[in-house]
Design a protein around this ligand. Structure first.
Ligand code: MRU
Length: 363
């Protein structure tokens, strides 16, 4: 997608160097960082210079590829994969991408691994872009159906966190149908949940929608239910960090509350789901998905632009108040209207996902 009129992906390679958009500074500053060493890749994922399930996977794939240029032995491949896998626990795309790299590379002699690793990492990125483009096409059909009943009125979509192009390699998952509708001339308006504690909605989703010219309003996380009660939301589309084979959806903390409100108000609640985000080894999301607990400072402080123009954190709670910071929650499949995958819209159930992906389902 475009930033200041120039097309970007969220991760790219130039002169054999891996570049990322360092998301910690958005929307105030657009900074690009170069990742070289294993520690660079670990830090970028753990400290959320890059974030969003698909982009975490793509970055890890490039971390392996860069490491293979230095030492392509089995022991180094294992060591690097383990180190990257530990960086963030919830998004299953990380494990998926590392498994893909390992399977490809272990089948090859060491002398061929460095080149092949780069090709595979690039293919993982290209595949992500194509998957998200297809999710957009299937989601667009849903938006068109609603638009047909609304005349010239915009279709109002509520989204949580950032499941936009900057959380993927391009297009985004939840935003892909929105961008495609906007580009097709269908009026869409997006309610952007701010998404405390790190404010991915306020800082990233609002920024990218604005750059693309999509109409949107930022809302506090607690406003969604009220807007739904008053008929102001036509549908909800969120992303996911891990969806079980039975259709339970793990996503950014607060997603579950939006699903409850949507259910109570008869508002369709869709989840944009690239197939690498499906954990085929899990059925029950509540007991099976590891939920990342992050630093309490993310809750007690808020980042923003300070009056002197610098970017910094301010304390919003009493000095000694402690905090809990579970970063994700699980929305049970029964609250999900449908899963928008690259192959089409699936029922959120074991049967639905197995019918959509008969080639992937575990026996
Ligand atoms: O903690 P984050 O910012 O990595 O969490 C991101 C989300 O929860 C997204 O909604 C999810 O990864 C889907 S991104 C296409």
């Amino acid at each position: 997608m475009k930033v200041g009129g120039r097309a970007y992906r969220s991760i790219w390679v130039e002169n054999e160097e891996v570049h990322i958009i360092d998301q910690r500074w958005l929307p105030h500053e657009f900074r690009v960082a170069t990742l070289s060493t294993l520690e660079d890749f670990q830090t970028a994922i753990r400290d959320m210079w890059v974030r969003g399930a698909p982009l975490i996977g793509a970055t890890a794939a490039w971390g392996v590829a860069q490491a293979m240029m230095r030492d392509a032995s089995d022991s180094h491949l294992n060591e690097v994969s383990e180190a990257l896998l530990e960086t963030r626990p919830t998004a299953v795309n990380l494990r998926w991408a590392l498994d893909e790299m390992q399977t490809t590379l272990k089948a090859l002699p060491e002398s061929e691994r460095a080149d092949s690793a780069r090709r595979k990492a690039a293919a993982i990125c290209d595949e992500d872009v194509e998957i998200n483009r297809m999710i957009g096409e299937h989601g667009l059909a849903l938006i068109k159906e609603i638009a047909a009943d609304k005349g010239d009125e915009p279709v109002n979509v509520l989204t949580h966190c950032n499941a936009g192009w900057i959380a993927t390699v391009d297009w985004g998952t939840a935003t892909s149908p929105i961008y495609q509708a906007h580009d097709a001339g269908i009026p869409v308006h997006v309610f952007v949940d701010e998404t405390r504690p790190r404010n991915q909605g306020a800082q990233l989703t609002a920024w990218e929608l604005g750059e693309h010219g999509v109409s949107h309003d930022l809302i506090v996380d607690n406003a969604g239910g009220h807007l739904m009660q008053h008929g102001e939301v036509d549908l909800v589309i969120t992303g996911t960090d891990r969806t079980t084979a039975a259709g339970d959806v793990c996503n950014k903390i607060g997603t579950y509350l939006k699903a409850l409100a949507a259910h109570d108000n008869g508002v369709p609640f869709y989840v944009a789901l690239p197939s690498p985000t499906i954990d085929w080894t899990l059925q029950d999301g509540l007991s099976g998905v590891p939920i990342e607990e992050r630093n309490e400072r993310e809750v007690t402080h808020v980042q923003g632009r300070l009056p002197d123009g610098s970017i910094g954190d301010i304390l919003i709670s009493p000095n000694r108040t402690g905090a809990r910071n579970p970063a994700f929650d699980v929305t049970p499949a029964r609250l999900v209207t449908g899963l928008i995958t690259e192959r089409g819209v699936s029922e959120a159930s074991a049967k639905g996902l197995a019918a959509m992906f008969p080639d992937r389902v575990c026996a």
